[in-house]
Write a protein that binds this ligand. Structure first.
Ligand SMILES: [Mn+2]
Length: 432
């Protein structure tokens, strides 16, 4: 059995807001799918962030349907899991549900896997959509439960596990699964999320990130030069998966670092190697002092006028005399979130409450409504609110009624014995 493994195609993404980049990214995707089709794959896998946004433009949805239709019509099995980008942010269907023939895995309890036979061998594709591990231990527990659920009943079959998560051994700056938490039973673990290509082998198992299909960020330029971009063709017929990297076309994006005095020569040297017949982007990391900015603006605008029309020049100023101490910034996003909530509440002493509020968010994301209610109650009983929200006793407005004018009454109203409520009633024309 031969599969094509894609991830992080981010269809609908526009780099620097340029619409031609979106069109090119779609074009490169079409080329990649055509390459996979030409290899006569039995299945195509999309390991999350297939779309850049959970509500992509309609034309992107149609493009996706049209591009996959020939494969689906030929009986190629197409599987997807959701990444954090294409997971609905409100209660709604994932966009994948609109595309006929796609099997979306790991979003509903009854849809964790699909098992079938190719050339007399039984295979299973199991998948779990993205859960945000930055939301805490509850999410990690839930993810592991779902992985176990997805793999239940796959024993004795060659199994592929699809996930869209970070693996912290490969990228330490974000919470992720540890390699030790990835089950050993699947022969191929089809990962998504990290944008660089990674192939990790252990005891006959392969854990692989194909990376993003295109260069989606200037920070991906170096890694593209190192290992390329594209998808994987994976042959699962043997005892161990055979993984072949297939390179596909990417955006013409490059970068250069220079100082102000060498800006023009630096840019010209770099673009001399650029393709003339297509749109391209050059990002310039320009090192300068903060007070050189006005001078730099004049030089840059003069330079722009002399550049080819199909070149987009983007300047990223790096101020050498403005020092930011990155050491004080924490990389632990969970702690950072609690810090921010505590700060809004009034400081470090409210950390306990901040943790409770963060937990509430996790529970809401897990859609565990009974637990949400319990957590809300716990938050509501925290002494914080009594101290910080001053409820004034409710008083009805004092109303002085001039009976002679209002009701034409000759007797002056009794000043005493009138409750505030009766004053109001009287004002409204009720009881006197
Ligand atoms: Mn992702």
């Amino acid at each position: 059995m031969l599969i094509a493994h894609f991830a992080d195609t981010h269809l609908g993404f526009k780099l620097y807001g340029l619409s031609w980049t979106m069109d090119e990214i779609l074009d490169h995707f079409r080329t990649a799918i055509e390459n996979a089709a030409a290899e006569h794959v039995d299945a195509v896998l999309f390991s999350g962030d297939t779309f850049d946004y959970w509500k992509p433009p309609n034309r992107v949805i149609k493009f996706f349907m049209d591009t996959l239709k020939p494969l689906i019509d030929r009986g190629v099995r197409v599987y997807a899991v959701l990444g954090e980008h294409d997971t609905p942010k409100r209660r709604d269907l994932p966009v994948h549900e609109l595309v006929p023939g796609i099997m979306l895995l790991g979003t509903r309890p009854d849809r964790f896997r699909d098992c079938f036979t190719v050339d007399g061998v039984e295979y299973c594709v199991a998948g779990v959509s993205n859960l945000r591990l930055s939301y805490g231990e509850g999410m990690r527990r839930k993810l592991k439960e779902r992985i176990n659920k997805a793999l239940a009943g796959t024993a004795g079959r060659k199994t592929i596990l699809m996930l869209h998560q970070n693996i912290s051994n490969f990228f330490t700056f974000e919470p992720g699964l540890d390699l030790g938490e990835i089950p050993r039973s699947p022969i191929y673990v089809a990962m998504g999320h990290l944008h660089r290509r990674i192939i990790h082998r252990r005891d006959g198992q392969v854990i692989a990130y194909p990376g993003s299909l295109d260069i989606l960020n200037v920070d991906e330029v170096d890694v593209y030069r190192e290992v390329g971009k594209g998808f994987y063709l994976v042959d699962l017929s043997g005892d161990e998966p055979l993984v072949e990297k297939v390179d596909t076309p990417v955006l013409a994006l490059d970068k250069v670092s220079c100082e102000l005095k060498e800006l023009e020569t630096g840019v010209r040297r770099k673009i001399s190697g650029f393709p003339r017949d297509r749109n391209s982007i050059l990002v310039v990391e320009l090192t300068l002092n903060a007070d050189e900015k006005p001078k730099a603006d004049i030089i840059i605008s003069k330079l722009r006028k002399t550049l080819p029309k199909n070149l987009y020049l983007r300047i990223k100023p790096v101020y050498r005399d403005l020092h930011i101490d990155y050491k004080t910034a924490t990389t632990d996003t969970e702690q950072l979130e609690i810090d921010v909530i505590a700060e809004r509440l009034g400081g470090e002493k409210y950390r306990g409450l901040a943790e409770k509020i963060k937990r509430l968010k996790e529970l809401a994301l897990e859609e565990d409504w009974a637990a949400v209610r319990e957590q809300l109650e716990e938050i509501a009983y925290d002494p914080y609110w009594e101290k910080h929200i001053h409820l004034k006793p409710i008083t009805l407005p004092e109303v002085r009624v001039d009976h002679e004018r209002v009701a034409g009454s000759k007797a002056a109203p009794e000043k005493t014995g009138f409750s505030k409520a009766r004053n109001l009633l009287s004002f409204l024309g009720g009881e006197h």
